[in-house]
Write a protein that binds this ligand. Sequence first.
Ligand SMILES: NC(=O)c1ccc[n+]([C@@H]2O[C@H](COP(=O)([O-])OP(=O)(O)OC[C@H]3O[C@@H](n4cnc5c(N)ncnc54)[C@H](O)[C@@H]3O)[C@@H](O)[C@H]2O)c1
Ligand SMILES: O=CCCC(=O)O
Length: 536
Amino acid sequence: MVGQLDAVAASAALHPIRPPNHSRGLTTGTTPTGNAASNIHAASAESASEFLDDPGLLRDEAYVNGKWVKAKGGKTYEVTDPATHVVIAKVPSMGAADTRGAIEAAAAAWEGWKQKTPKQRGDVLRRWYDLIQHHTMDLAKILTLENGKPLAESRGEVGYGASFVEFYAEEAKRAYGEVIPSPIPGRRLVTIKQPVGVAALVTPWNFPIAMITRKAAPALAAGCPVVIKPAEDTPLSALALAELAERAGVPPGILNVLTCPREHAAEVGLELSTSLNVRKLSFTGSTKVGKILMRDSASTVKKLSLELGGNAPLIVFDDADIENAINGVLAAKFRNAGQTCVSPNRLLVQSRIYDEFVSTLAEKVANLQVGHGLQPGVQIGPLINPGGLEKVQRHVHDAVKKGAQVVTGGDLHALGGTFFEPTVLGDCRPDMLVFTEETFGPVCSVFKFQAEAEAIEMANATPFGLAAYVFAGDVGKGWRVAEAIEAGMVGVNEGMISTAVAPFGGVKESGVGREGAKVGIDEYLETKYLCLGSFR
Ligand SMILES: NC(=O)c1ccc[n+]([C@@H]2O[C@H](COP(=O)([O-])OP(=O)(O)OC[C@H]3O[C@@H](n4cnc5c(N)ncnc54)[C@H](O)[C@@H]3O)[C@@H](O)[C@H]2O)c1
Ligand SMILES: O=CCCC(=O)O
């Protein structure tokens, strides 16, 4: 089946980096240096069968109703390695008609899945979890190949993604209802939880495994079939997950994966959001697309979860443990080269420690190793695509033009392509794009503040409210500021806050609903109230 895919997948990792044409001339400094990274020979394998322990995980067809299928029109589109721009696979270019087919399959399969006991569904999820864990290394390689993040990070993401499957395998059994004391004699009032129905899951490229499992695991546990539309850049991780779901015994029609290029995303999204058969839509991605899906879903009044963009503040008070704060920044900011929705976007540092903080941070940032994610020791991979690079360049350019100081980095990396230098910008101000928009790249923008109230005001001066971070020696102050910040999640003296057992989500234009934790399964359940009369 894999055929040609074997060769391209492996050769991608052996290919020199080439700059995308339109990355030239966008920065204030040097332009890409062509194949300066021609020393990248990250994979020693000659073919995917050597590259992967289990080549069967590399699928180049979509998965609908328990079958591996092509697009109805027979067309495909190319998936590329963002580090080399080499084509690593061609997958079905699906559209509205394919989407309708997948929704119908899911709707038809629903009854059988709903009728299984929660324990039976949990057992299937447990097998899926075991398989994901068993194939960690292969899944991580596929992830790095299509997303670009360092292999160690990909392994971390596979573990993180698997933890949602494990959590909801257990949680399936705990979808409890309630017995409500009746205010009227002779009645008994109870609630039961029931699966909402077919769930459409639209996911981004930055965490191609974890963003799927964070949605699919609670949906399946609750008794909902899913139709997954992964991001166009990273369909291979989704297809590998579907392969493992099939092996785990997920019945036909219960988990479907549609692949489509960016130009078909709107028609697929419209079909998912307007279909009467789809009763739940869960989306992770930009606020712009989230608003479109929210608007279109109104026509069928769907249950919605939206995990959208952020613009996280990270506040460092002058009594903070500076080393801990810098480690927090490094951990939170540079995950996936800064392309993480909870990455701190605005570092707000109190004036007394500002200079020391900026110079120590810049020293560490300058030492981060940039390269192909499959190369040992690499800490920062490429940006996902030329569009992502252009945004980072535009933000840095705007900041410098308005008076920011480039303390380290600030330009395209010598590797060329979509690699950008890990950067620290000092003297940033609120009129800059780095303050008003999410940069989504390896850029630390540092702002100075004098007083606590000013820091809170700056932190909240955004329509977004996903994550925030506070570093303070005085725990009372850390708590007080955490309460005052408008965000769904706050790390206090901690930069790594994500875990399957805690609720993940935002306020304001960062979204609605929560994923993970025990509340995550409620997003796929309806509460039904039963009033039993005639009790004597
Ligand atoms: N809150 C979170 O949990 C979270 C997680 C990851 C990314 N994000 C946000 O996502 C953004 C970057 O990711 P992105 O570029 O993939 O976002 P995006 O919104 O462009 O794409 C996300 C998904 O939506 C699809 N899509 C695009 N247009 C669509 C349409 N009209 N209808 C239906 N689907 C459509 C894409 O194909 C992809 O699968 C950032 O703003 C980031 O903060 C948020
Ligand atoms: O980028 C979005 C998800 C990141 C996370 O779950 O920590």
